[in-house]
Design a protein. Structure first.
Length: 256
C-alpha cells in the first residue's frame, strides 16, 4: 500500500515520491485484514484449527480430555480450556509473539458480563441493558411483569401512525442482542422484528414493553452450573403451545 508523505516529514528532493507501508496501521481500511491474517497464521502455527461455521473460533484438542478454545474478536481473545496448564502455555506463546495484557478471569466480553459463585458461572447483560434503556430514554419507564401483553396481535395497519424507522430498527437490534442471555424475550422480540419495514405506533409500543420488562428484571441471566456430583440426576422439562391461525395478517399458525 502506498501513501503520500505526511506533512512535516516530506523528504527534500523527493517531494514527488510516495511511501510504501510495510506494516498495517490502525485506522486504515486494510489494517483489520492484515491483523486477521497475522493472528490466523500464528494460531495455525501453534496447532489451532479454525471452526468451519464460526470463523472467529479456534479449537485445539491435545487429547480426549484436554481442549482449548479461542474466541477472537478483532484483537480481543477469550480463552477457554479444560486444563489450566494448557491455557498458561497458550498465554506464554501469545506473549512471546505479541504485546498483550492478561486481564485474568472473564468478567466482561462484548456486552456480556460474567459473575462467579458456588453454583457456577452466571452470564448476564445488566450493564448493556442499562445502556440500551438510557439510549432510548426508557430509564424512567414503568417496569412490566411480562415482555408482552397477553394475546398480543400485531398487524400492519396502513391507517396507523408511522414511527421513525431508523430508531425502531436500532431498538430491535439491541433487543436481539440481549436475547443471548435472556431467552425468555426471544418470542416477543421475534414478533416485533416482523415489522422492521414501515413500523407503526403499536409496534413501537410493543418493543418498548419489552424494554419495560427488562428494566424490571435487570438481575436475570443464565447460570452454567458446576459439574454435578455423581448420583445427581438431570430432569428435563419441556413445554409446548400452539396458536391455530393466530396471525391476523396471513392467518398462519404458530406452534412450539
Amino acid at each position: 500500500m502506498f501513501i503520500t508523505q505526511p506533512p512535516g516529514f516530506v523528504s527534500k528532493g523527493n517531494e514527488h515520491k510516495v511511501l510504501r507501508l510495510r506494516k498495517a496501521l490502525y485506522g486504515l481500511r486494510q489494517a483489520p485484514r492484515a491483523w486477521n491474517k497475522r493472528i490466523d497464521n500464528f494460531l495455525h502455527r501453534v496447532g489451532f484449527l479454525k471452526c468451519t461455521t464460526k470463523y472467529g473460533v479456534y479449537v485445539k484438542s491435545l487429547n480426549v480430555t484436554e481442549t482449548v478454545l479461542i474466541c477472537l474478536y478483532v484483537d480481543d481473545l477469550l480463552v477457554i480450556g479444560s486444563s489450566s496448564l494448557c491455557i498458561d502455555q497458550l498465554k506464554e506463546d501469545l506473549k512471546r509473539e505479541f504485546e498483550m495484557t492478561d486481564l485474568g478471569a472473564l468478567s466482561y466480553f462484548l456486552g456480556l458480563e460474567f459473575a462467579y459463585d458456588r453454583r457456577g458461572i452466571i452470564m448476564h447483560q445488566r450493564k448493556y441493558i442499562l445502556e440500551v434503556l438510557k439510549k432510548f430514554n426508557m430509564m424512567d419507564c414503568n417496569p412490566a411483569a411480562t415482555p408482552a401483553e397477553l394475546s398480543l396481535k400485531l398487524i400492519q395497519d396502513e391507517t396507523e401512525v408511522l414511527v421513525d424507522e431508523t430508531l425502531y430498527r436500532q431498538m430491535i437490534g439491541s433487543l436481539r442482542y440481549i436475547c443471548h442471555s435472556r431467552p425468555e424475550i426471544t418470542y416477543s422480540v421475534g414478533i416485533v422484528s416482523r415489522f422492521l419495514s414501515n413500523p407503526k405506533q403499536s409496534h413501537l409500543v410493543a418493543a418498548k414493553r419489552i424494554l419495560r420488562y427488562l428494566k424490571a428484571t435487570l438481575g436475570y441471566g443464565l447460570i452454567f452450573l458446576h459439574q454435578s456430583k455423581e448420583g445427581d440426576h438431570l430432569q428435563l422439562l419441556a413445554y409446548s403451545d400452539s396458536d391455530w391461525s393466530g396471525d391476523a395478517t396471513d392467518r398462519k399458525t404458530t406452534s412450539g
